[in-house]
Design a protein around this ligand. Structure first.
Ligand code: DC
Length: 229
């Protein structure tokens, strides 16, 4: 019998801990971690470089066929993003590119263009995939769907610490305002808005440490797929 392919979809707002938790869980079970936000960020960076306003739907859609967007995994297992052959993995992690990503991701044509790239990853290998619409659109048949949340204040606090560690001078007020703005964009857009799939397990990490959150998610994975850690 061929080995079972397990798909875990983790959705939720920015800063809920999705990527750190998904990465840790994927590593524990030998699954591939797919960060779909990084793909939208790469399109955002491309728009910025081309001088295209990220809400300019026609401008962004014209840009897409001129781009080569690709991702693969380094020896450390980390996902790396390539834009026209250039490794842009670090460049896409700025607050400005977060906003570009949020804007371009509201364009239905952008979402459609990136759909197969995301789905194909889960066809041949077990994945933990995080994003906003993984359980609802990208992998509607995922074996486990998790909707990860935390209060906006707690998420802003966590994101501020991440940015500060990279030397970014943003203040708590700025990060909180950006976070609230992105929540608003991602939740209220017409195309694949951020929402929990009906069959998603909701997990609020506001009062959990990172380690507790990881253990909680891993317990859900082990139970759902009958895995021993
Ligand atoms: O997860 P992230 O913060 O890196 O994502 C950046 C932006 O991309 C986010 O504001 C919304 C968008 N996004 C999306 O629309 N759908 C996804 N599956 C992942 C991200």
């Amino acid at each position: 019998m061929s080995e079972k392919i397990c798909s875990v979809a983790i959705d939720g707002p920015a800063g809920a801990g999705k990527s750190t938790i998904a990465k840790a869980a994927a590593a524990r079970y030998g699954f591939i971690y797919v960060d779909t936000g990084a793909i939208y960020r790469t399109v955002g960076l491309a728009a910025k470089r081309a001088g295209v306003e990220p809400r300019d739907e026609a401008g962004v859609l014209d840009l897409l066929p001129t781009l080569s967007i690709r991702f693969d995994y380094g020896e450390d297992g980390a996902q790396r993003m390539f834009l026209n052959g250039e490794d842009v993995s670090a460049l896409i992690r700025t607050p400005e590119i977060s906003m570009y990503a949020s804007a371009v991701s509201a364009i239905p044509g952008v979402r459609a263009y990136l759909l197969d790239m995301q789905r194909n990853m889960a066809k041949t290998t077990s994945v933990v995939m995080d994003g906003r619409d993984i359980g609802t659109v990208v992998l509607p048949d995922a074996g486990l769907k998790i909707f990860l949340t935390a209060s906006v204040e707690e998420r802003a606090k966590r994101r501020l610490a991440e940015l500060a560690a990279k030397g970014d001078p943003s203040t708590y007020e700025e990060v909180l305002a950006d976070m609230a703005q992105r929540d608003e964009n991602d939740t209220n857009r017409a195309a694949a808005p951020l929402r929990a799939a009906e069959d998603a397990v909701r997990v609020d990490t506001s009062a959990l440490t990172l380690e507790e959150s990881i253990e909680h998610i891993c317990a859900l994975i082990e139970e759902r797929f009958s895995l021993g850690a």
